[in-house]
Design a protein around this ligand. Structure first.
Ligand code: FAD
Length: 307
């Protein structure tokens, strides 16, 4: 029951101000977001890579209000690519982007987001890596998929995310699996109405398995974005049934969540990519992590009370 309340708070400016200003917030935030700028994050990248893990990097931010902020977001990613270059990690360190941060919700936002994301995809390709477009709330997805298709004409490795909780996703998965795309499948992290999304956890899990089967049987590259032990085991089984080798799919998890499992899967020879977010505009990202697990909220509340 708490999840939807926290997700509603994630869109509230008043809550944003209150929570961002609380002195203990930072300690809890650090568990999920290991740095505020690119100088903090380069050692984290090195450390994860040294442990046999791969990365997808997210400069946190969303819901911007003017084109200058969108350009600043693009520049932050370009700086990140610059800093990754000497590490020579290639596709072991890719980028994840939210198109809302690149201006998608502003007037003329579709074209603006495309014009901001393209230079990031080009810069990534120059250092031998790629970009994945995150999935945000359902109203943004037609634009996201159109931008994905456009980018893939020049950069076929550009990936995208699909969310198992949405009714539309089985059809999206069939289309993407046939086009040979890189696709990250997640359960979905936004508050969506019953008119477009399953609300029941078990129904979402069943949809996840159906969609993952479609991706595994297709010609693309499935990326299993989940911490759920059952889905991870089913993912391995579906990959095996589809005759995929270990380098023909991958697992992805969020930084700070089930870290032992990251290392276990990597040690077993799986490609294991850690979604690593950093930056100062962490509020929306952090609140979605609280919503996913009520125990996080209890931990957060306890640290507020004991300070
Ligand atoms: P759950 O059933 O939620 O979790 C399974 C177990 O994992 C839990 O029992 C718990 O032990 C652990 N766990 C899960 N979440 C947390 C947490 N926050 N804190 C502590 N423990 C936790 N969603 C989108 O809508 N769009 C995206 O683009 C997107 N990208 C993602 C990228 C990656 C790599 C991952 C892993 C997730 C992404 N998500 C995205 C979030 C996703 O939609 C889910 O909200 C999130 O992954 C939780 O679902 P789960 O599959 O881990 O299963």
């Amino acid at each position: 029951m708490l999840g939807p309340v926290i997700l509603a708070a994630s869109r509230s400016d008043r809550m944003r101000r209150l929570i961002s200003a609380a002195p203990v917030t930072k300690q809890v935030v650090d568990r999920f977001i290991p740095g505020e700028d690119v100088d903090d994050i380069v050692p984290v990248v090195r450390d994860l890579a040294d442990n046999g893990l791969e990365l997808t990097m997210d400069v946190v931010g969303e819901d911007i209000t003017n084109p200058a902020q969108a350009a600043a977001a693009r520049d932050a990613y370009l700086e990140l690519v610059d800093r990754l270059k000497p590490l020579e990690l290639g596709t072991r360190a890719e980028m994840s982007v939210k198109l809302s941060m690149f201006g998608q919700a502003l007037e003329g936002g579709h074209e603006l987001a495309l014009s901001n994301v393209r230079p990031v995809v080009e810069a990534a390709a120059e250092i031998g890596t790629t970009v994945t477009l995150d999935a945000e709330d359902h109203t943004t997805l037609d634009s996201m998929f159109a931008i994905h298709e456009e980018l893939r004409k020049d950069f076929p490795q550009t990936g995208c995310v699909i969310q198992a909780y949405l009714f539309r996703t089985e059809a999206d998965a069939r289309r993407l699996a046939e086009s040979g795309s890189r696709v990250r499948l997640v359960k979905g992290a936004y508050k969506e109405p019953a008119s477009v999304a399953y609300q029941d956890k078990h129904e979402i899990d069943r949809a996840y398995v159906r969609i993952l089967r479609t991706l595994m049987e297709g010609t693309g590259y499935p990326m299993i974005g989940s911490h759920d032990p059952r889905l991870i085991a089913i993912g391995q089984e579906l990959a095996h049934q589809a005759g995929r080798k270990l380098d023909e799919y991958e697992f992805q998890m969020l930084y700070g969540i089930r870290t032992d499992e990251h290392l276990r899967l990597a040690a077993e020879g799986h490609r294991m990519r850690v979604y690593t977010a950093y930056g100062t505009d962490w509020y929306g990202y952090f609140m979605r992590r609280l919503a996913e697990k009520p125990a996080n909220l209890r931990f957060f509340a306890r640290s507020m009370l004991t300070k």
